[in-house]
Design a protein around this ligand. Structure first.
Ligand code: G16
Length: 543
């Protein structure tokens, strides 16, 4: 086995986004592309010599080839050991857990999350730190700088490692340990939830449908729901991960998980439905006849987490990303909990979790999690929901209705305009930004603006500052519109418009969110001139 140094040159556009570097698969497969970025990761983390890492991915196209390259590069740069999920598979939360559990120096996760997979679709790579969480901006900035001046990378010339067999082998002088990707994660869930109680719930006839969307949570959900908790075979559907996610879009929302939605809206629907995404960190919760928005799910979990053994002592505090609805804030206020507002991106929760300031956190983009790992966790959210339903004996619909009656309902929707011309999207944002000072006092569609600003975040733990994190427009009466450009898309720009209004009167808490928000939607459009600036009549996705 020979260690070779390959000459290369910087490649443009290797800037990690909201969650690592995501590009078209063919781009990643291009000459030196993956290698350049991996070498830049090594530089960004201060070298890999002598370190122990974790490696796994969501099984999308190029997953195993990329894993072999990463292993050879880790060996060439002197890594001591890499722990790999069998078949190069690990869900994002499971990877976060293994990184922490084995006290490693971090890990590489190969995923483009909810983005579609396949040779014509998306691939991604991100680095997680020894705490199990995504690398913070300071580290990803160092990686970016490295991509700009790279002249060579090191790689071992060697045969492929056998990633199909559990056990330890050597690659040059580096140890490679192949582990079962599911076992350690299931053991962690057993420490947080009362599996006996969940078994009794299911044995009583409570019916579940879990849609793994042909992605990584298939094996995890089957092991937990069907094998450990005794749900009938077939409870987990689309359970076998496929490189292109069955040609679908592994994004758990009512649009992409429409199969599950129609099952749950039918007369004979199961009691509880859920779906997860490509890499297993997102979740969608649906009751019989009722969809739970991610923001509501976060608020319900915060209000009831103490019903599960892992959270019986109560929560230290909670956090949400800025565009997430303020339903969580209402629970926090009623319970006297600290509530933090962070920029979009799970990495911003890491310091708050590490510092013990928060126990639970989440985002409007279908992510909820707790201090058990440093990523959002789809199956964890499902198990916490099931624990709450088992303990209260309520249906999803009754639980939600009671929650709104107690705390008020935050009607919420996100409108996405996808693959917009990047220059036009920037112009739209710049147009609003330039008017932030003059908007307060102006009225749009009968709604008066009371505040308008651009969100920036001062991390209370390490003092770092993150600017330019979204434009916020607050209206009289508590309504709000937020404008942001996505940091995870791979084509053009995705404009996200987040819309929210609060309804305290239980008699008016059961409207369709698009109707309840119609005036705010119109006001947001009037402020941003979305049609004029982008040429788009309507959003591509409404969540
Ligand atoms: C990632 C981040 C999330 C973020 C989401 C959407 O999720 O981890 O924190 O909310 O992207 O980001 P954006 O609005 O910039 O597209 P995932 O599941 O894609 O890793």
């Amino acid at each position: 086995m020979e260690r070779v140094t390959v000459q290369t040159a910087p490649i443009d556009g290797q800037k990690p986004g909201t969650s690592g570097l995501r590009k078209k698969t063919r781009v990643f497969m291009g000459p030196h592309y993956l290698e350049n970025f991996i070498q830049s990761i090594w530089i960004g983390i201060g070298g890999v010599a002598g370190k122990n890492l974790v490696l796994g991915g969501d099984g999308r196209y190029f997953n195993t080839n990329a894993a072999q390259v990463i292993l050879r590069m880790a060996a060439a740069s002197g890594a001591a050991k890499v722990i790999v999920g069998q078949g190069a598979l690990l869900s994002t939360p499971a990877a976060s857990h293994v990184i922490r559990q084995r006290k490693t120096d971090g890990g590489i996760i190969m995923s483009a999350s909810h983005n579609p997979g396949g040779i014509e679709e998306d691939f991604g790579v991100k680095f997680n730190m020894p705490n199990g969480g995504p690398a913070p901006e300071e580290v990803t900035n160092r990686m970016l700088e490295a991509t700009k001046s790279l002249t060579s990378y090191d790689i071992l010339e060697a045969q492929d490692v056998d990633l199909g067999t559990i056990g330890t082998q050597m690659l040059g002088e580096m140890e490679v340990e192949v582990i079962d990707p599911v076992t350690e994660y299931v053991a962690l869930m057993e420490t947080l939830f009362d599996f006996d109680k969940l078994r009794r719930l299911i044995a009583s006839g409570f019916r579940i449908r879990f849609d793994a969307m042909h992605a990584i949570t298939g094996p995890y959900a089957t092991a937990i729901l069907e094998e450990a908790l005794g749900a009938p075979k077939g409870t987990v559907v689309n359970a076998v991960p496929s490189p292109d996610f069955g040609g679908g879009h592994p994004d758990p929302n009512p649009i992409w998980a429409h199969e599950l939605m129609s099952t749950m809206m039918a007369a004979d629907a199961p009691d509880f439905g859920a779906a997860s995404d490509g890499d297993g960190d997102r979740n969608m919760i649906v009751g019989r006849g009722i969809y739970v928005t991610p923001s509501d799910s976060l608020a319900v979990l915060a209000a009831n987490a103490h019903l599960a053994p892992g959270y019986a002592a109560g929560l230290a505090g909670v956090a949400r990303s800025m565009p997430t609805s303020r339903a969580l804030d209402r629970v926090a206020e009623a319970r006297g909990l600290a509530c933090y507002e962070t920029p979009t991106g799970w990495k911003f929760f890491g310091n708050l979790l590490d510092d013990g300031r928060i126990t639970l956190c989440g985002e409007e983009s279908a992510g909820t999690g707790s201090d058990h790992v440093r990523e959002k966790d789809g199956l964890w959210a499902v198990l916490l929901w099931l624990s709450i339903l088992a303990e209260t004996g309520k249906s999803v619909s009754d639980l939600l209705t009671a929650h709104w009656a107690e705390y008020g309902r935050n009607y919420y929707s996100r409108h996405d305009y996808e693959a917009v011309d990047a220059v036009k999207a920037e112009e739209l944002m710049a147009g609003i930004r330039s008017r932030l000072g003059s908007l307060p006092g102006q009225t749009f569609e009968g709604l008066t603006v009371v505040e308008a600003d651009e969100f920036s975040y001062d991390d209370p733990v390490d003092g770092s500052r993150s600017e330019g994190q979204g434009l916020r427009i607050a209206f009289e009466g508590g309504a709000r519109a937020v404008f942001r450009l996505s940091g995870t898309g791979t084509v053009g720009a995705t404009l996200r418009v987040y819309l929210e209004d609060v309804e305290a009167d239980p008699a008016r808490q059961h409207a369709d969110p698009q109707e309840a928000l119609a005036t705010i939607i119109a006001a947001a459009d009037a402020i941003a001139d979305i049609k004029g600036k982008t040429g788009r009549d309507a959003p591509d996705v409404r969540t």
